[in-house]
Design a protein around this ligand. Structure first.
Ligand code: PLP
Length: 292
């Protein structure tokens, strides 16, 4: 068996962890579209530690958009590393009560925001939309140029909204298998991915969800996962993020140990980045490893 890692965490220079991984894939065509339509502002939503917020802030600074981040909950000072980064990139941060945040896609909430900020290209929380899927599909095109992909190939990826996984499924176009590892608890991911595929008139069935590696849910962790992250980094020299990719790699290695993958197959694990989250995580829970 061969295990390969698609290092999308290296898509952007290491001094800015924020605009790499699946964020670059998911934002690319949105940025092109925003520019073509003449928008000068990007507006999006996220939690206080959101990789997506950090990425949109970086993308705006890089490509000449002003950016607005609508942040769930109340302001906490000093700003955590994610929001500090966003602010340093020029993002305007506005906090929204949780009850209103839940209704953020409703026309009257959006209208109120637009009245305040003027026209803006709106990206959903997490950045998943049709253009995001289009960008992720390119990851598979790259993979095909890098390694042979056939019926015995599995691509493993972490899931939040399921957009990255759906883009990979589209790119694989029925070949091999795609396995999603949700970072969140619950059994909604299958439905989300199915819906995202249906939106693209696709009905591929060569995919599955491994729901047993959420470690308690979003942004939750257990000592076992912390030890794994530290060991993995020491052994392979590759950093993992505590929210998404650590659970993915743990899951893949566990399935390999269980003998789930047949001999002679190829497993490609997609490193979707998220390393900006390490600082904020350590601030809350304490250092889990010295990476240097
Ligand atoms: C580092 C990282 N990996 C994976 C994911 C999951 O991506 P998606 O929301 O497209 O499922 C996210 C969340 O957006 C993320 O930040």
């Amino acid at each position: 068996m061969q295990v390969l890692i698609k290092r999308d965490d290296l898509l952007h220079p290491p001094d800015d962890f924020c605009f790499c991984g699946n964020k670059w894939r998911k934002l690319k065509y949105n940025l092109i579209q925003a520019k073509a339509a003449g928008y000068r502002q990007l507006l999006t939503f996220g939690g206080a530690y959101s990789n997506h917020i950090a990425a949109v802030a970086s993308a705006g600074a890089l490509f000449g958009f002003s950016t607005i981040g609508i942040i769930r909950g109340e302001e906490h000072l000093p700003l955590n590393p994610t929001l500090l980064h966003a602010k340093e990139q020029g993002m305007h941060l506005q906090y929204m009560r949780r009850s209103e945040f839940r209704r953020k896609q409703e026309p009257e909430v959006l209208q109120k925001i637009e009245e305040q900020f003027g026209p803006a290209y709106v990206l959903p929380e997490g950045g998943t939309n049709a253009s995001a899927l289009q960008g992720v599909e390119e990851l598979v095109a790259e993979l095909r140029a890098q390694t042979a992909i056939d019926a015995r190939t599995s691509v493993a990826v972490s899931c939040g909204t399921g957009g990255t996984m759906a883009g990979i499924i589209l790119g694989m176009a029925g070949q091999g298998k795609v396995i999603g590892f949700p970072a969140l608890k619950g059994d909604f991911m299958k439905g989300e991915v199915k819906q995202l595929l249906a939106n693209e008139d696709a009905s591929w069935e060569n995919w599955s969800i491994q729901a047993d590696y959420h470690f308690g849910g979003y942004a939750k962790h257990k000592p076992e996962l912390v030890t794994f992250m530290a060991d993995f980094t020491q052994q392979y020299g590759i950093k993992l993020d505590p929210i998404y990719t650590s659970k993915l790699f743990f899951g893949v290695l566990d399935l390999i140990e269980q003998g789930v993958f047949e001999a002679g197959c190829k497993v490609i694990v997609v490193h979707t980045g998220g390393l900006q989250g390490i600082k904020g995580w350590e601030e809350r829970f304490g250092p889990f490893i010295s990476f240097e």
